[in-house]
Design a protein around this ligand. Sequence first.
Ligand SMILES: Nc1ncnc2c1ncn2[C@@H]1O[C@H](COP(=O)(O)OP(=O)(O)OP(=O)(O)O)[C@@H](O)[C@H]1O
Length: 316
Amino acid sequence: MPPAISDGSHSDVSPAVEVSNLTFSYPELDGSPAPGSEPVVQDMSMQLLPGQRCLLIGANGAGKSTLLRVLAGRHMVPSGSVRVLGQSPFHDTQLTASGDMSYIGGSWDRDIAFAGYSVPLQGDFPAGQMIRNVPGIPADRVERLMKVLDVNPEWRMHQVSDGQRRRVQLCLGLLRPFKVLLLDEITVDLDVLGRADLFEFLREECEDRNVTIIYATHIFDGLDDWPTHVMYLARGKLQAFQPVETFPQIREGDLLGLVCGWLSKEREFNKADGRLPDGTKAVAADQDLKLASWNNGWAGGRLASSIKHSSNAVLR
Ligand SMILES: Nc1ncnc2c1ncn2[C@@H]1O[C@H](COP(=O)(O)OP(=O)(O)OP(=O)(O)O)[C@@H](O)[C@H]1O
């Protein structure tokens, strides 16, 4: 396991993203973390400057999505612990409303009362109409993005494939000229060429417009020379955060090998420390399982509830 280190770069330019001693736990219904639980993000500090692109790496359950959602202002944290473009993303909704910060998460869905949670966005409307109707976007940017993402304006949103829906989601998320972009593994449904075109577009955005990007992924194909920085999380802690040129393996085009090495060491560490593969502490077999104080909601006629110390259980 590499030691926690900081980028070490010093600059007079204000950071685009700044995290200072951030600790975050998911609250239970009473607003406090489950007693005895480890925070999902622990004592993290890092900063990225305009123009930098960072890959966010970590095993399943490491806390990547949680960190991105905190940066995107989806969870309340003390205002000094996260600054995006100098603002607190939770407290300053203008960051998102203005389009200066864009967050594109893994799924594109919405909760519909009495119908269910996580309903994929669908409806008989053409993709081109949705995209071209977003006000205030220069026409050349709209057409360029539709070309990069190969979006057919005639696609009807109730008939598209998962990959086509993802392309429309990305197109809408990238439409406004953001300054900070947070991407949570959004390329799983894209074909190889679509993914390559997208990353080329994002690189140009950084180089031409000086934007900052953090991208969480498990897919490293073709990414060796894309990031300027790499950030590795394990058990909620920042294990490494460095410019790519400081990693000989990345310079030699073996980003995947570097990541596999980190994850294998992490797996051995978890085993030796009596932890589950996701890094959480294993619970003794004789410990009572208690229903947690949260329910995840009704979906498809089932009540999905979380049971403490277990994977999600479903009560029918
Ligand atoms: N809404 C939630 N309430 C409580 N705990 C949560 C919630 N969402 C995630 N967690 C827990 O937080 C931890 C980190 O989850 P997170 O989704 O951030 O991991 P990740 O690194 O993005 O994983 P993956 O690579 O599988 O997407 C996990 O242990 C997960 O069980």
